[in-house]
Ligand binder design. Sequence first.
Ligand SMILES: [Zn+2]
Length: 166
Amino acid sequence: MKYCGQCGELLLLNQGNRNRAKMICPNCKWKWYSNPVPIVVVLVSAGKDNIVYVRQNQYPKGVWSLVSGYVNRGESAEAAAVREVREETGLDTKVEKFMGSIVSNNAPDDIYLMFHCKVIDGKLKAGDDADEVKIAPVSIDELVTNSVAEKMVIDFQNELKYTGGV
Ligand SMILES: [Zn+2]
């Protein structure tokens, strides 16, 4: 955001306290807070020991990820997680667990909300934003190193170890 949303004046950066950077219009005092954008990332478990992977053609060869997407205005994060899974994979799921949130130092404009959802119905089929989808054993082998997806799968693997199954 560079110009005032109200009067069009050039905004000035005001590095406020508590790390809340905001832009202020010197003319009409309109403020713009650079709040982060919430993104849901969803680990979808399908039966015992399998999860759902998605792939876009733009990814490097052999690289897969998990379902992810933006939260719509007026939508809960849980509803966004279930909707994104349906849109990308054709599967109906229910939220099993909120796995926490992550903010990356490299991308402070985004906040990732991590969910574990379980398949309850539907037929696997690549939809919006996914070129390929598959159900395969729980593994980090085809995920990007240090990605949010990788962290989630590692957490999930640890959970499986302690509980002995999904
Ligand atoms: Zn203004």
